[in-house]
Ligand binder design. Structure first.
Ligand SMILES: CC(C)(COP(=O)(O)OP(=O)(O)OC[C@H]1O[C@@H](n2cnc3c(N)ncnc32)[C@H](O)[C@@H]1OP(=O)(O)O)[C@@H](O)C(=O)NCCC(=O)NCCS
Length: 203
């Protein structure tokens, strides 16, 4: 089923202490503050900001929003900021990438919490919110997480969010100058209590 979203607000999903949704223009301050206060990377999965401080402008943020909205409209993916309910602070990003329709109705989940907020349970809350977004709003059947075997935090998080370990995908990603194996975790819509829908296939 190809979903038509006319306003990004419909894609908000709440957890207990946070909510996730695609960025909108008024999120500029939260986005810039998050980029400006990013700490030096603590491991190889904890990337630095893609932009120099001077490039963290409204214009640049507009590009991020347009790129994300285009991907949502094309039915390819949906990236969200992770925002704290108590103060609107952005503590990370989470999203669905590589949405595949037809007989599959799948996507991959990607997530990141900025390091000053690690270990507070925000990653788990955000992943659960994103799974609900994927199954509830995007009507997906299955969502996968692909994780490198050395990424202990991500492995623990996927399991803690109820995703099931399925096996090892050989040399799935090119990272740090080499092809790397990844562990595959998955959640099905039924795992979170959503009704399994047969796929809508246009013939
Ligand atoms: C992976 C990541 C999102 C975890 O975020 P987080 O907010 O610290 O995670 P949470 O606090 O929700 O913790 C979830 C579980 O993982 C465990 N955990 C967190 N960090 C851990 C670590 N370094 N080693 C082992 N377990 C860890 C927590 O104890 C918790 O377990 P529990 O639910 O059984 O209590 C964060 O470390 C991160 O952004 N890393 C860099 C980007 C990345 O690796 N993304 C994933 C790529 S596949």
């Amino acid at each position: 089923m190809i979903m038509k979203f006319t306003g990004r607000g419909q894609l908000q999903q709440s957890g207990k202490r946070l909510y996730i949704r695609p960025w909108k223009a008024p999120d500029f301050k939260a986005w810039k503050d998050a980029e400006d206060s990013m700490l030096p990377p603590r491991n190889v999965f904890d990337f630095p900001s893609a932009r120099k401080k001077a490039a963290r402008t409204r214009k640049e943020f507009g590009k991020v929003i347009r790129w994300n909205n285009k991907s949502i409209r094309a039915g390819e993916g949906c990236f969200c900021g992770i925002f704290l309910k108590k103060n609107g602070q952005q503590v990370g990003t989470v999203g669905l990438i590589g949405i595949t329709r037809g007989s599959f109705q799948t996507a991959e989940i990607a997530y990141r919490v900025f390091s000053q907020f690690w270990g507070k349970g925000y990653g788990k809350e955000a992943v659960l919110a994103c799974l609900k977004l994927g199954f509830g709003k995007f009507k997906l059947h299955r969502i996968e997480a692909a994780i490198e075997p050395i990424n202990a935090a991500s492995i623990k998080l996927a399991g803690s969010a109820g995703m099931k370990y399925e096996g090892l995908a050989r040399k799935k990603i090119f990272a740090r100058k080499a092809w790397r194996d990844m562990l595959i975790y998955s959640a099905l819509c039924t795992d979170l209590g959503y009704k399994p829908e047969p796929p809508y296939i246009k013939r």
